[in-house]
Design a protein around this ligand. Structure first.
Ligand SMILES: [Zn+2]
Length: 309
């Protein structure tokens, strides 16, 4: 896990963008070490946009990257898949404005990337290891990252809808956990919000095959993949948005009612707080005492945990 990785061969995904409704082909290709993750708009003279937070443009219901007026939309699920299976370097060629939504989860990306296989490269990875807590809030939404020796995510959502309600989940994000427990969780929305989103030119490519749509009486069409698929998808989105740090993260994220905008705010805040983290090869461990010393604070982030703390 200490060397960088790319993919062994090309992987192709065809589909429609969730928000634009436009068809596109995404080709994932191996890339040299220390390249990082690059999006390349092959329909616009190969204009290249690195998956880094300085290119982050919008976070309205999805994460969009932009450079010199050229965009790549809904990058979060392919980025989550790339980070989740442990790929550092990859070239993502796209012939349209938005990454195909496929089934609304990261599973088709993960399966194809793992099937083509990973190639270990010579250069070492550099992990961003968190040394002290960094937090962002927005109303009653909050997201905090604490020191940890691995990537751990605790997430809670509280939707005023009986099918969703309060859901809380924690994972230590290994490749296996990501592939089995997080990647299959699909994006979701409330049926009563669909019309408003479409009026705003969003969700034009959305349908019951690429999103879990929740009506007044429950999920429309089909069944959930997990009872708590909703909070798992929030974790998936966070794994994808963290990619914009440009390095794998060692930290424990605790989120309450987050979303893309809060995720992006934390990425920015973290990069603006250089004494809160260090770059390292990931072999060393933080002292157990340091990691444990924040347990009482973690318990305060989620309302459910505060009651028992
Ligand atoms: Zn998502």
């Amino acid at each position: 896990m200490f060397e960088q990785r790319t993919i062994r061969g090309e992987v192709v995904f065809d589909g429609r963008g969730l928000h634009s409704g436009k068809s596109a082909r995404l080709r994932a290709l191996p890339a040299p070490q220390n390249t990082g993750i690059l999006f390349v708009r092959t329909d616009l003279e190969g204009h290249t946009i690195p998956a880094r937070c300085r290119y982050l443009e919008a976070t309205r219901l999805s994460t969009t990257l932009s450079h010199n007026g050229i965009q790549v939309g809904t990058v979060e699920h392919i980025l989550a898949a790339i980070a989740g299976v442990g790929i550092d370097n990859v070239r993502l060629e796209l012939d349209g404005p938005e990454v195909p939504i496929l089934d609304g989860s990261a599973l088709p990306f993960v399966e194809a990337l793992l099937e083509t296989g990973l190639h270990r490269q010579e250069s070492r990875r550099q992990f961003l290891t968190v040394l002290k807590p960094v937090s962002v809030t927005e109303g009653d939404k909050r997201l905090v990252i604490f020191p940890s020796n691995d990537l751990r995510i605790t997430y809670a959502i509280d939707f005023p809808h009986p099918t969703i309600g309060y859901q809380e989940r924690e994972f230590q994000v290994s490749t296996q956990v990501f592939a089995e427990e997080i990647a299959p969780a699909r994006t979701f929305c409330l049926y009563r919000e669909v019309e408003e989103m479409r009026r705003q030119g969003l969700a034009l490519g959305g349908d019951l095959d690429n999103a879990v749509v929740v009506g007044d009486d429950g999920v429309l069409a089909g069944s959930l993949r997990f009872r708590d698929e909703f909070v798992r998808h929030k974790i998936l989105d966070l794994v994808g948005d963290l990619c914009l740090l440009g390095r794998p993260v060692r930290g424990h994220l605790v989120a309450f009612k987050g979303g893309h905008r809060l995720h992006a705010a934390l990425v920015h805040r973290l990069l603006e707080t250089p004494d809160a983290w260090t770059l390292s090869a990931g072999r060393e461990s933080l002292p157990r005492q340091l990691v444990r010393s924040f347990d009482h604070l973690k318990a305060c982030v989620l309302p459910g945990q505060a009651l028992t703390a």
